[in-house]
Write a protein that binds this ligand. Structure first.
Ligand SMILES: [Zn+2]
Length: 378
């Protein structure tokens, strides 16, 4: 990695390198190779070098709604009802943006395009379009639009300047050249059209720094720079409405003089990198202080990361997870079970949750908290 992919300034030394040649993806696959992360002090962007093993991973294994991704589909419990991610994303979009009557809408890097499908379910006047680099989602698209509104690999010339709205849900973090993608979206929009997208916010979920397949880790500053350079104006970057994500609303028009945030992120990023550098040793210190069987609470990224840090992973009997979808599955050859079925022999538990919420969440799991176990908190 020699240049920043947002401002193109040269990059110095990485701020983080994994201690072993093991990397973990957002779908909890364990891949060979070091995770290396750079921070650009100039524009506030943070980026990860793509792993050589990632190409094979995308071609052969990357399937939405497998492994960890399914768990992500569950968003939050509100007033006793389960809210799912797609539902939340549609509600947020319609809340933040007035989508014009009969609008032409494109979901860019769409995978199954579940959010667009749900949006069209509420707004029959919209004309949906999709673009992705893979054939494998074709059957999902066919369920709600004709083939002429689908594009794979390349967008037809006729689509230039067509769209009132281009959406993108968790795609830009995977892209090696975000400038090219944002420029492409800009071309597809009509004058004053809207680009609405979501990307992870690593300041709300520190694990994003060490996720191997997230090339881009955006800050408010690097998003503002990226959009401004491409000719977007009236940018709003919201960190509140979606857990651990930035929600961005940008309009095509004369670039405005939106002031770039100038606060340095070197301090917070260095602190985050230090946290992950020390993480493995903290796990192993806890491990060597406890004998016998253990379990890992959380079968997502944090739980997987903990498991790869252990000297004796064979002592882990199971993963614990409250999500019923996950309880039927296995992770790293271990069963995933409900917390109340924790085996009696387990006397130490590693908590694999976002450190911002870990203690609060565990305190609410009564079956666990009342057990005489020692807990490792991330
Ligand atoms: Zn930069």
């Amino acid at each position: 990695m020699d240049a920043c992919c947002i401002c193109r300034e040269p990059l110095g030394a990485p701020i983080y390198e994994s201690s072993r040649p093991i990397s973990i993806t957002s779908l909890c696959q364990v891949l060979e190779g070091y995770t290396r992360v750079w921070h650009c002090a100039g524009c506030g962007h943070t980026q990860t070098a793509p792993l050589p093993a990632l190409e094979i991973y995308y071609a052969e294994e990357y399937q939405m709604l497998t492994a960890c991704e399914e768990e992500d589909q569950f968003y939050v419990v509100r007033d006793g009802n389960n809210i799912f991610r797609t539902e939340h994303q549609v509600a947020t979009l319609l809340n933040k943006l007035v989508v014009p009557e009969d609008a032409q809408v494109l979901d860019y890097g769409c995978a199954k395009a579940a959010t667009l499908k749900a949006l069209c379910g509420q707004r029959a006047d919209l004309t949906p379009h999709v673009f992705d680099v893979s054939e494998r989602y074709r059957s999902f698209w066919n369920a709600f639009m004709p083939e002429a509104q689908q594009a794979i690999d390349q967008v037809p010339d006729a689509w230039t300047g067509r769209f009132d709205l281009v959406t993108s849900f968790f795609a830009l973090e995977h892209v090696a050249d975000p400038r090219a993608m944002v420029a492409a979206v800009h071309q597809l929009l009509r004058e004053s059209g809207w680009f609405y997208f979501l990307v992870p916010n690593l300041f709300a979920n520190t694990a994003d720094l060490v996720v191997a397949d997230h090339v881009n880790h955006f800050s408010k500053a690097s998003l503002t720079r990226l959009l401004g350079d491409a000719g977007f104006t009236a940018c709003e970057i919201d960190a509140e409405v979606h857990n651990s994500a930035w929600v961005i609303t940008a309009q095509k028009g004369k670039p405005s003089s939106t002031a770039l945030p100038t606060e340095s992120l070197v301090g917070p990023l260095t602190k985050m990198a230090d946290y992950w550098r020390a993480f493995g040793k903290r796990v192993r210190d806890f491990e060597s202080a406890h004998e016998g069987a253990s379990a890992i609470y959380g079968s997502g990224f944090y739980g997987t990361f903990i498991s790869t840090c252990l000297e004796q992973p064979e002592r882990v009997r199971c993963f614990l997870d409250q999500n019923p979808h996950r309880q039927k599955q296995r992770l790293l050859e271990r069963p995933i079970v409900a917390p109340e079925t924790l085996p009696e022999e387990v006397c130490s538990i590693y908590i694999g949750l976002n450190p911002r919420v870990a203690r609060e969440e565990i305190a609410a799991v009564k079956d666990l908290y009342s057990r005489e176990c020692d807990f490792f908190y991330p």
